[in-house]
Design a protein around this ligand. Structure first.
Ligand code: ZN
Length: 206
């Protein structure tokens, strides 16, 4: 397995946020992402994050309950986008997830638009991880215009969260299916064709 260094600097304070009526998208510009791959460093700057219910990426046929996409615009590669995908799985034996709690998803109405007021605890998401693995492949945006410009990185380990916290996401999209989606706001899955999906081991050295 290849080992790469990925460093992620996230600010927990989100000064300007908005909730998109379809996506629950949070604009977020304070995050930095650095990849070190074969000695080459690439820099990326966060733009937004949003959720899908159910998950868009299926792993060995498993469809997880939800998926978060944190989207970064390339600084080194201006026309490219990197997305960190995090899968969520219901587990009622675990404590409430602090990150999702800080989003106050249960208080959102759909459709909704709001400015400010969120103080999201992003550090509880990726903080203190020494090492982890991702599935990496070159792909497209999962929404129009579906541009083939995305460096996808999906954390292999789904995050376990109590089902009551998933309910807010389910309530938002559970009852409808958006265009080009198989359920909720998750796009139909396509064959990976000639693309290679790699499992990559990351170290998160300070
Ligand atoms: Zn997405």
């Amino acid at each position: 397995m290849r080992s790469h260094h990925l460093s992620l600097i996230l600010s927990s304070k989100i000064s300007n946020s908005s909730i998109d009526e379809n996506l629950c998208q949070v604009d977020y510009f304070d995050g930095r992402l650095t990849f070190k791959k074969y000695g080459k460093i690439s820099e990326w700057r966060s733009i937004q994050f949003h959720f899908h219910h159910p998950a868009e990426h299926h792993v060995d046929g498993i469809i997880y309950d939800a998926e978060m996409h944190m989207v970064f615009q390339g600084v080194t590669h201006e026309k490219e986008v990197s997305v960190l995908g995090l899968l969520f799985e219901a587990n009622d034996d675990v404590e409430e997830d602090q990150f999702l709690k800080s989003m106050h998803l249960d208080q959102l109405e759909h459709p909704v638009s709001s400015k400010g007021g969120l103080n999201i605890d992003l550090k509880s998401l990726y903080g203190n991880l020494e090492g982890y693995q991702t599935y990496n492949y070159p792909g497209s945006l999962t929404m129009p215009p579906y541009t083939e410009c995305v460096n996808w990185n999906i954390f292999t380990k789904p995050r376990q969260i109590p089902s009551k916290q998933l309910k807010a996401l389910e309530d938002m999209w559970g009852g409808e299916c958006y265009p080009q989606c198989f359920r909720g706001n998750s796009r139909f899955v396509f064959d990976h064709g000639i693309r290679t999906v790699r499992e990559i081991k990351h170290t998160n050295k300070k």
